[in-house]
Design a protein around this ligand. Structure first.
Ligand code: HEM
Ligand SMILES: N[C@@H](CC(=O)c1ccccc1NC=O)C(=O)O
Length: 264
């Protein structure tokens, strides 16, 4: 193909993209529901790519270029949070008309959502089992589980700056959920107490807090929108619904960056 054959539609694979919406019911709002979720999956794909890039930069000690990438991630998250307001134009009755066609499917099963959680540092291998029929998705999750997370990479950057950290923090089974460490909190506390001495690490930490903050805002808007649309009904994925989603609100990928603030 020559460059003169390139068209807008071909470049963007529009015919593939726009033929991937298949409402199961004849209800008007089902298209909106599908478009919102497909858009979310596209943004998650972008976030996964950005996180891989940022992790490589942090591992290489290139902290300044990583700021730009991490700032992009939290801006994308802000767009995802805004899309709740579009979805909330759907009334509870509109949703109830087609909710049955969803069966037991749920955002709970989103492999890219879990991959993002894993890359940030929220490891829970229990979610891989939802991808039994999608080996490529399971493989991407496994790869994210097995590698040090962005938080592990940031901690390694802290150690590289001269902070003395226990070996158990720097070398461990990366698949296991991260356990907050006093030594890690003490290190970042020193950075926050004296930013003039540690600008690169301080800036990195604040970009990470922006991401945790944006994730918490997204979770909060999810649970509020869910309550607005289905009240306290059970979720299609089998959880209690609002009760389950509320229990995820305190999750933090970078826990010591939050706990240290009480000591400042
Ligand atoms: C009518 C709209 C929606 C309702 C009623 C709803 C409801 C729920 C419920 C009840 C759960 C808990 C799992 C379950 O039992 O199903 C859940 C999980 C989830 N939903 Fe939604 N949801 C809606 C829209 C969305 C949208 C638009 C997104 C993404 C943009 C999304 C992403 C997720 C994710 C990622 C989880 C897993 C959260 C976690 O485990 O931390 N949901 N949703
Ligand atoms: N868990 C939702 C269903 C749901 O929201 C959903 C179903 C299929 C594909 C994506 C979904 N979005 C997020 O949970 C419910 O309980 O109504």
């Amino acid at each position: 193909m020559t460059t003169s054959d390139m068209t807008y539609a071909r470049y963007l694979a529009l015919d593939d993209l726009l033929s991937a919406q298949h409402p199961v019911s004849a209800e008007h709002d089902e298209l909106l529901f599908i478009v919102i979720h497909q858009t979310k999956e596209l943004w998650l794909k972008q976030i996964v790519a950005e996180l891989h890039e940022a992790k490589a930069m942090v591992r290489a000690g290139d902290l300044v270029p990583a700021y730009k990438i991490l700032a992009r991630v939290s801006r994308i998250q802000a767009v995802m949070t805004l899309s709740w307001d579009v979805l909330a134009t759907m009334t509870p009755v509109d949703y109830t008309r087609f909710r049955g066609v969803l069966g037991t499917s749920s955002g709970f099963q989103s492999d890219q959502f879990r991959t993002v959680e894993y890359l940030l540092g929220l490891k829970d291998e229990g979610f891989v089992r939802f991808q039994e029929d999608r080996p490529h998705a399971a493989a991407a999750m496994e790869q994210a589980l097995d590698q040090p997370s962005l938080w592990d990479d940031a901690i390694a950057a802290l150690a590289a700056a001269g902070f003395d950290l226990p070996l158990g923090v720097l070398e461990r089974d990366w698949r296991q959920p991260y356990r907050p460490s006093t030594a890690v909190e003490d290190g970042w506390l020193a950075v926050y107490r004296d930013p003039d001495r540690y600008w690169p690490l301080y800036q990195l930490a604040e970009k990470l807090v922006d991401i945790d903050d944006a994730t918490a805002t997204w979770r909060h808007k999810h649970v509020t929108t869910v309550e607005r649309i289905i009240g306290f009904k059970q979720g299609t994925g089998g959880t209690a619904g609002v009760g389950y989603l509320s229990s995820t609100l305190p999750k933090r990928a970078f826990p010591e960056l939050w706990s240290l603030r009480t000591r400042l």
